[in-house]
Design a protein around this ligand. Structure first.
Ligand code: AMP
Ligand code: MN
Ligand code: MN
Ligand code: MN
Length: 285
């Protein structure tokens, strides 16, 4: 079946601005026919998402976006792996995600201490005011506080000056290992998708290594369409998906009405010659 699939977005249980039920209704209204909620390192929004999706008759698969530290040689790169269509009650997955979340609070305190040095005061308390799930404080919450302080016009501009490698407020962090993230997803019967591959600052060689490592570990798909991909990146990753026989996924990475590149359901269709990742999902039939 042909789908307008949106398999990547965030609710208030991570760093999105809308609740899971609000997202389900917005997805439906925008023409999405297959939906996944993929909060960062967190699946506590899925029950409410499923109930709301049911009410509006929207097909849904479970989702999560896992933060991963990928180590190649001496370099380390944070990458995101989207898990889809897994059993949310799986204990190893739940324990793994709890472990990934557990470092966030201390990291946030360190980020605030750094921001204090450059004149952005009380950032921990300030960011927390944007957090609805205390287990999940992210850079996006800090970005909202920095906008509130008048230091940037929009959340998107914050990352040009703060919170990214080499800039104040960036604290290197140890996330999950790639192998563990894939093990948790697969152990729960799910499918692993490399999120927004165009976002990583990798050399061609490192990118090829990452894709090879991901495939080697059983990774099934990559996001060819992402709210954070340019048209050129879409073509590039479509080509890569064909070449490496990876399934293709599509997601807006929607965080909120004024904070996102793309609204729910507004992504272009997959380019030709690709097998959609949803060909694996019973819910898509
Ligand atoms: P964290 O998981 O705490 O490192 O936060 C990552 C989140 O910060 C992303 O999922 C986005 O919500 C936000 N973010 C990171 N970089 C950018 C950017 N360049 N523009 C907008 N949001 C960003
Ligand atoms: Mn986010
Ligand atoms: Mn991401
Ligand atoms: Mn995301």
């Amino acid at each position: 079946m042909l789908h307008n699939a949106d398999l990547h977005c965030h609710s208030t249980v991570s760093d999105g601005l809308l609740s899971a039920p609000e997202l389900a209704r917005r997805a439906k209204a925008n023409g999405v026919t297959l939906w996944a909620l993929t909060d960062h390192d967190e699946i506590s929004g899925l029950a409410a998402a499923r109930a709301a999706a049911g009410e509006v008759n929207l097909a849904m698969v479970n989702g999560v976006e896992i933060s991963v530290s990928w180590i190649m040689g001496r370099e380390e790169q944070t990458v995101h792996v989207v898990g889809l269509d897994f059993a949310a009650e799986n204990q190893a997955l739940r324990d793994g995600l709890a472990q990934v979340r557990s470092g966030r609070d201390e990291r946030a305190r360190q980020m605030a201490a750094e921001l204090d040095q450059v004149g952005i005061h009380d950032a921990y308390a300030g960011a927390l005011r944007y957090v609805s799930n205390p287990a999940l404080i992210s850079r996006a919450h800090f970005a909202r506080y920095i906008v509130e302080c008048g230091r940037a016009r929009e959340v998107k501009n914050v990352f040009d000056h703060w919170l990214t490698p080499g800039k104040p407020g960036y604290v290197a962090h140890q996330w999950a290992k790639l192998a563990d993230a894939l093990k948790w997803i697969h152990g729960a019967g799910g499918v692993a998708v490399l999120a927004h591959p165009g976002r990583y600052r990798l050399s061609k060689r490192a990118q090829t290594e990452l894709l090879a490592a991901f495939k080697e570990l059983g990774g099934e798909g990559i996001e060819v369409i992402s709210g954070s991909h340019s048209a050129e990146q879409t073509r590039e990753f479509a080509q890569i998906a064909r070449k490496h026989a990876l399934l293709a996924s599509s997601g807006s990475d929607f965080h909120g009405p004024k904070e996102s590149w793309l609204d729910l359901g507004r992504a272009p269709p997959l380019p030709d010659g690709l097998t959609p990742v949803w060909s694996l999902f019973a819910a898509a039939r």
